[in-house]
Design a protein around this ligand. Structure first.
Ligand code: MOS
Length: 731
């Protein structure tokens, strides 16, 4: 039995991604039309005029929409993203590559070619498109998704300031680190098919939670929630970038305006600007320690690039510095640098991924300054609770991760200064990984069928994470039946609302709700079996191995749930179960943990860096499926190597993305990645939920870039504080 129920569809090419759907049963005889986005070609200003006469006259064109002749859209306050910017509603140009038009034609090629005929003129204004342009206008900002003020200081009694605490430390390090902006670069570009029929809008679009996307689309179109149906069980990658979809908004509104089904997709180039990215960050970290390695002071100040409306601020200081180490004194701050750049949003381990590069590099620098082993220094300062809080971690086995990792990796062989192997300089690095353990409210439906199969369903998505398999596994064990008998379903907004793929929450949230739904279904089944019309009337009944049996008549033959349903004249029995974060959050803090180890080989002459070994040992509570969990973590670790050595959006002086394709936007290929060793320590965390699982979708990337940079330092003696690391940094 495969760990991924959707694997056969995917590997045989039968999985239907958004654009593979057709408007069958759509709107009478009229066929599907195709939309193409027109993007701005300046980084800031106002649209002066758009001459679209030639566009309109081009062959096959059905509709041309611009801020001068817009599609009607209504304000959206998204549950996930807050107030959403909607295209074509104003003439402001905020960045190069902003959607400013939508052309719909009979074919994709006609729409694309017609869009190229638009004559656009702008009133340009001066723009700031790089950190150095904008740093002087940095402002204090609340980090995204953290209900905290921009800065926080926790000082010991008698300590006046963090500067005093640093000055009183035996050893200090103080450095500034930079991380590059990144694009989610999901294999499936954002796309949609919107079909209107009988007052109902059906939208096929890859997403991270179909019910939330449906709610946002309903708001945008001014429709009641029940008039919008979002369906897409198969998603070609999301990573935080598919909480919303520009093509879905435009295709839906155009389909409404034209009375035809409309398909729209971003080109790969458009994905880099017409969605949202992980922003560039700059972070200053100062650490002060006693000679024995005990942390006296941690100071972490961060600057996140963002849009002028401060739409999204990468939360680098609050996550890393607050939660990772125990320190006597802590001061963190978060600033935003408003720029004329494409918007920023959540991307795998928002905050922790770039934050850990700075903090975990600084910890390595401190170990070096102390002459202490980097693993020993981390263990010395492991936190029992987030700094400034007294809620202890529910379950933290980070030391065990380091023990197993150090032994497996041969960490004892590491020497300061690395070693040489022919022309290659070999070094090892390590870093801590951490990601908060979260749950979101979730509802899951469990249906028992008369043929002795069961269905487990929720509206969320599996963008490759393995949630579909989790639903089947948890459904099967909760119903005490073979997994083959359980069909999981996801990705349809009509299903119970739950299973959002975000925040590394889906397994703990939808999994625990599945347990509740299954036990409710079993209770209802037992009540049915013992009812006046039931086959066990007059008996005490129990449930095991998918069957009802009489507790007071052990000789009586058990009946499967399907047999009980058939005997009572039913074809199915459906129950739902809901869970939400509750009292546990007032008793404990929750986090997943990991120890990252990396070995690099740096060529003595060419200075190319090759990652030769990679190991991550993780404590994420109970592991529901070893194979998909390992794949998730491995994918995250590889992305960490990518952030360290390859990846970064490049903007030219005009704010235009100059590497907006998968040839120039460097990603690691197989030849760049060694065997990735992923291990778990399994300590179920039943304080978080009855399931015992914490999240692991995001933690894999955390710490990896620092582990690579620390290994590069070990190999070469060169400390690189900016990722991606380039050959010229090592000359
Ligand atoms: Mo994920 S970056 O929490 O969608």
């Amino acid at each position: 039995m495969t760990a991924r129920p959707d694997a056969p569809l995917k590997v045989t090419g039968r999985a239907r991604y958004a654009l593979d759907n057709t408007a069958d049963g759509g709107v009478g005889e009229v066929g599907t039309a195709y939309g193409y986005l027109l993007l701005s070609t300046v980084a800031g200003g106002e649209l002066a005029a758009m001459d679209v006469d030639a566009v309109r006259a081009a062959p096959g064109v059905l509709g041309v929409y611009t801020p001068f002749e817009p599609l009607t859209l209504h304000p959206v306050d998204s549950a996930l993203l807050g107030p959403m910017w909607l295209p074509l509603q104003d003439k402001d140009v905020r960045y190069h590559g902003q959607p400013i038009g939508f052309v719909v034609a009979e074919t994709f090629e006609q729409a694309r070619d017609a869009a190229a005929l638009a004559e656009v003129t702008y009133h340009e204004r001066p723009t700031a498109t790089s950190f150095s342009d904008g740093i002087d206008s940095a402002v204090d900002a609340q980090p995204a998704a953290r209900q905290v003020p921009p800065s926080l200081t926790v000082l010991s009694d008698g300590v006046e300031s963090i500067e005093d605490a640093l000055a009183a430390s035996d050893v200090t390090v103080d450095a500034t680190y930079e991380t590059a902006p990144q694009n989610h670069a999901a294999l499936e570009p954002h796309s949609a098919l919107a079909v209107w029929a009988d007052g109902l809008l059906t939208v096929y679009t890859g997403n991270q939670a179909s019910h939330l996307v449906a709610a946002d689309l309903a708001s945008a179109l001014g429709l009641p929630a029940e008039a919008v149906h979002v369906d897409n069980p198969v998603v070609g990658g999301a990573f935080g970038g598919k909480a919303t979809s520009m093509p879905a908004v435009l295709a839906s509104a155009a389909a409404q305006a034209l009375g035809r089904p409309v398909k729209a997709a971003l080109t790969r180039e458009q994905v880099f600007t017409a969605t949202a990215n992980r922003p560039a960050t700059m972070q200053r970290v100062a650490l002060g320690a006693r000679r024995d390695g005990g942390l006296v002071a941690v100071r972490h100040d961060s600057w996140s690039a963002t849009t002028r409306d401060l739409g999204f601020v990468e939360p680098t200081s609050h996550g890393t510095s607050r939660e990772w180490y125990s320190t006597e004194n802590l001061a963190i701050s978060q600033k935003a640098v408003p720029l004329d750049m494409p918007p920023a949003t959540f991307m795998r381990a928002p905050g922790e991924a770039p934050g850990s590069f700075a903090l975990e590099s600084a910890v390595d620098e401190l170990a070096d300054a102390l002459g202490m082993d980097p693993v020993a220094l981390r263990r010395r300062n492991s936190s029992m609770a987030p700094a400034g809080e007294d809620l202890q971690w529910s379950s933290k086995h980070l030391d065990e991760c380091f023990d197993i990792g150090a032994a497996r990796f041969g960490w004892a062989d590491r020497t300061p200064g690395g070693r040489a192997d022919g022309d290659w300089l070999v070094g090892m690095g390590t870093a801590t990984a951490m990601f908060p353990g979260l749950r979101f409210p979730a509802t899951v439906g469990v249906t028992l069928h008369a043929d002795d199969t069961a269905a487990v369903a929720t509206a969320g998505a599996d963008p490759g994470t393995g949630l579909l398999g989790v639903l089947r596994t948890v459904g099967a064990e909760s119903l005490d039946v073979e997994p083959e008998r359980v069909s999981p379903r996801l990705g349809d907004s009509r299903l119970p609302p739950g299973g959002l793929s975000g925040g590394s929450t889906a397994t703990a949230s939808a999994g625990s709700a599945t347990m509740v739904a299954a036990s409710t279904a079993i209770e209802q089944l037992l009540a049915l079996a013992a009812s006046a019309d039931g086959p066990f009337h007059g008996h005490e009944v129990g449930y095991a191995r998918g069957s009802v049996h009489a507790l007071d008549a052990p000789d009586r033959e058990p009946m499967t749930f399907g047999e009980v349903l058939t005997a009572t004249g039913r074809t199915s029995l459906a129950a739902t179960g809901s869970t939400a974060p509750g009292e546990e959050t007032t008793k404990h803090s929750f986090g997943s943990w990991g120890a990252q180890f990396c070995e690099v080989r740096v060529h003595r002459l060419t200075r190319e860096v090759r990652v030769s070994r990679l190991l991550g040992v993780f404590d994420a509570g109970r592991i529901i499926n070893q194979q998909t969990a390992r794949s998730q973590l491995m994918g995250g670790m590889i992305w960490g190597v990518s952030a360290a050595l390859h990846e970064g959006i490049e903007f030219d002086a005009d704010g235009r993305v100059s590497n907006h394709d998968l040839a120039d936007y460097l990603l690691p290929v197989n030849a760049d990645i060694p065997d990735v060793d992923v291990r778990f320590v399994e300590h179920p965390d039943t304080l978080l939920s009855d399931l015992g699982a914490r999240g692991l979708g995001e933690i894999g990337i955390v710490g990896v870039a620092a582990a690579v940079a620390n290994a590069v330092y070990n190999a070469t003696g060169i400390r690189v504080r900016r990722i991606p690391i380039r050959i010229e940094d090592l000359l």
